[in-house]
Design a binder for this molecule. Sequence first.
Ligand SMILES: Cc1ncc(COP(=O)(O)O)c(C=O)c1O
Length: 387
Amino acid sequence: MSGDERSWAGLAGERAGLEQADLWRELRALEGREGVRLRTSAGQWISFASNDYLGFAEAGWLREALREGIAQHGAGAGASRLVCGSFSPHHELEALLAVAKGAEAALTFASGFAVPMGVLPALLGRGDTVILDKLCHASLVDAARLCGATLRVFPHNHLGKLERLLAGARGRVLVVTESVFSMDGDQAALAEMVELKDRHGAWLLLDEAHAFGVLGPQGRGLAAELGLEKRVELQMGTLSKAAGLSGGYVAARREVIELLVNRARSLIYSTAPPPFLAHAAAVAVRALLGAVGETARARLRANVALFQRLTRGEGGDFASAILPLIVGGERRALDLAAALSMAGYLVPAIRYPTVARGGARLRFSFSAAHETSEVEGLAAALRACGG
Ligand SMILES: Cc1ncc(COP(=O)(O)O)c(C=O)c1O
């Protein structure tokens, strides 16, 4: 592209291009929320769009934990963790997460996005190799680019290609995958990948963002479900989905975590998350691991199974809280989302660049907070609009 085409005057044309391709997005201001019901000035919806899988985000006990955290620790942390922003709730939360992940230690970050952005450049650089599943989340892709290692990509869950890439990889080799893929709702072929990376002396970073709280014993994730925690070197996840708050974590061997404290730039050069948030996150993680989590997971699974039965005539195994309806064209996805919105259901139309061009879809995400009648209503509305 010439210098002229890259001038600031070209911005208006870029906007027009996105609009013509049905790829323009806008923020919508929510005015209120009651469980899964959302309100804007334009109307009310039952949301099937959120990642609040266990219905924690609005729970009274979590609000109470936030109030308690503020009462004990005040508002902001005031500085980064290494300066004077590392409060006892951060350390308690990290100890709890380490136990939950069957790891020696854990480290929390301001967001899930910030985790790989800190971890990958801290551990890998030029001469090393990162091997990513093609459907990995943008944070993992961006972190892999940022760290300067050679980047290799294998088609989604393609073990043959992964093995060939492992055989030819140089330096420190890191395989990166998600437990549950965020736009497809399916799972990584984790057991096979662990075998492969062990055979080649590589490490694995597993992003459990959509699995933590949802899969495995006590909701501890897919690695725990398969008994593989000790064989996954870097287990990361977020507190923004099933845990109902925000923040990210990585769990690993203690020496790795201690090195990350010294090197992970998204931790070192960012103000620590407010200590009240860490306090509430520990309450949420304890709930997620305990009886509250068990009850919520049973409701979540029942909701997913009901929707599968009503729309596909079959139950199917429970893989995650996410069910996509792939429709192909961007316009078709937008039209279906608009029709559902008219019927009172908020379901996002996921388009390029979040998914491949021509792979546009509706992404239904379910929560323990959905009533049976709401899931039935969604299935009926989808049938009525020809989805
Ligand atoms: C797979 C995956 N990893 C990481 C993230 C980032 O987490 P956070 O929203 O806490 O920044 C997300 C979601 O946004 C995700 O879907």
